[in-house]
Design a protein around this ligand. Structure first.
Ligand code: G3H
Ligand code: 13P
Ligand code: ZN
Length: 304
C-alpha cells in the first residue's frame, strides 16, 4: 500500500534527514528509483507533475506507483507535484495519491491562501496530505519559464501555514528548476532557511535541488549532448540545508540527464541494436545508480 507522505516526512524531520522526491513519467523510472530505495532500505516519494500526467495518464502512473509499493519492502509515497489545475488535483485525491501539492505561488498571497485552504479541505477529507508553496522558485516548470526568485518571507510563511493548515511547505531560498540554476556562484540562502525554520514547524521542502553532477554532464556531452552553462546545487549546500531543517528534496533534472545519457551511450556503443529493452535497461540502471547516490546524500539509508 502507498504510504502517507506526512508520516515519512515527520519521521525524517524528527531524525534530521531528508526523503527524496523523484519525478516519474514511465515504467523504467519507477523501477530504477524503487530498486535503489529497496537496495538501501530507504523510504521514497514518487512524484508526478501535471506534465507527467499529460504524457502518461494519471491512471497508468497511479497503478505503476501502487504496484511498486506492493512489491517493495520500503515505504513508497505517491505525490502530485506542482498541482495547478484543480481538476488534476481532484483526480489525484480521488485515486488515492499519498499527497498533493497545490502550487499557487505565482498568485497573490491572499489567492494562494484561498486556493491552498480549498485543497487542504478536499485532501484532508480523504486522509491525504498537502504541500503548498510560498515564494517563487525560478527556472522552467511545465515549459513556463520564471526568471525571478522571490524569496520566502519567514513571518508570512508562519501566517500562511496557520491560515491554510497545509502539511508541508515548499520554500524559495535560491534554487530554481532545470539545469541552469545560478548565473553566478551556486549558493543557497541558508540564513533565511534558519529563520523560516524558527517560525514554521511543519516539514520544509526544497525544490530545484538537482546537483547536475559534472561527471554526468561530461558523459552526456561525450555521447553527443550539448549541455553548457549548467549550474546545479552543490552537494555541500544540500547537506547544509538538511542540517537547517529541509526534509523533502525534489529531484527531476538529474534523473532526466542520467536517463537520456544512458540511452545515448547505449545506442552509440551498439549501433546495430534496435530492441528498446536493451537501451531502456541501461537507462533504468543509471536511474538506480543516481538515486542510490541521492539517498546516501539525503541520509535516508536504513530509515524504513
Ligand atoms: O518541477 C518541475 C519538475 O521538474 C517537473 O517538470 O513539469 O516538465 O514534468 P515537468
Ligand atoms: P530539479 O529541476 O532541480 O530537478 O527540480 C525538480 C523539482 O523541483 C520538481 O518539483
Ligand atoms: Zn519543483
Amino acid at each position: 500500500m502507498l504510504t502517507n507522505t506526512k508520516i515519512i516526512l515527520k519521521k525524517a524531520q524528527a531524525n534530521h534527514y531528508a526523503i527524496g522526491h523523484f519525478n516519474i513519467n514511465n515504467l523504467e523510472l519507477v523501477q530504477g528509483i524503487v530498486q535503489a530505495a529497496n537496495n538501501l532500505n530507504s523510504p521514497i516519494i514518487l512524484a508526478t507533475s501535471e506534465g507527467a500526467v499529460k504524457y502518461a495518464g494519471i491512471n497508468f502512473l497511479y497503478q505503476l506507483a501502487a504496484t511498486a509499493s506492493e512489491l517493495s519492502k520500503v515505504p513508497i509515497a505517491l505525490h502530485l507535484d506542482h498541482g495547478k489545475d484543480l481538476n488534476v488535483i481532484k483526480q489525484a485525491i480521488q485515486l488515492g495519491y499519498s499527497s498533493v501539492m497545490i502550487d499557487a505561488s505565482h498568485e497573490t498571497i491572499e489567492k494562494n491562501i484561498q486556493l491552498t485552504k480549498k485543497v487542504v479541505r478536499l485532501a484532508h477529507q480523504k486522509g491525504i496530505s498537502v504541500e503548498a508553496e510560498l515564494g517563487t522558485i525560478g527556472g522552467v516548470e511545465d515549459s513556463i519559464k520564471s526568471k525571478n526568485i522571490l524569496y520566502t518571507d519567514p513571518q508570512k510563511a508562519q501566517e500562511f501555514v496557520q491560515k491554510t493548515g497545509c502539511d508541508f511547505l515548499a520554500i524559495a531560498i535560491g534554487t530554481s528548476h532545470g539545469a541552469y540554476k545560478f548565473p553566478g556562484k551556486a549558493k543557497l540562502h541558508q540564513q533565511l532557511l534558519q529563520e523560516i525554520k524558527q517560525k514554521v514547524t511543519i516539514p520544509l521542502v526544497l525544490h530545484g535541488a538537482s546537483t547536475v553532477p559534472l561527471s554526468l554532464v561530461n558523459q552526456a556531452n561525450h555521447y553527443g549532448a550539448k549541455l553548457t552553462h549548467f549550474h546545479g546545487v552543490p552537494e555541500s549546500e544540500i547537506k547544509q540545508a538538511i542540517r537547517n531543517g529541509i526534509c523533502k528534496i525534489n529531484t527531476d533534472t538529474d534523473l532526466r540527464i542520467a536517463f537520456t545519457t544512458a540511452i545515448r551511450q547505449s545506442l552509440t556503443n551498439n549501433p546495430q541494436e534496435f530492441d528498446p529493452r536493451s537501451y531502456l535497461a541501461e537507462a533504468r540502471n543509471s536511474i538506480q545508480h543516481i538515486v542510490e547516490q541521492k539517498i546516501k546524500l539525503f541520509g535516508s539509508v536504513n530509515k524504513k
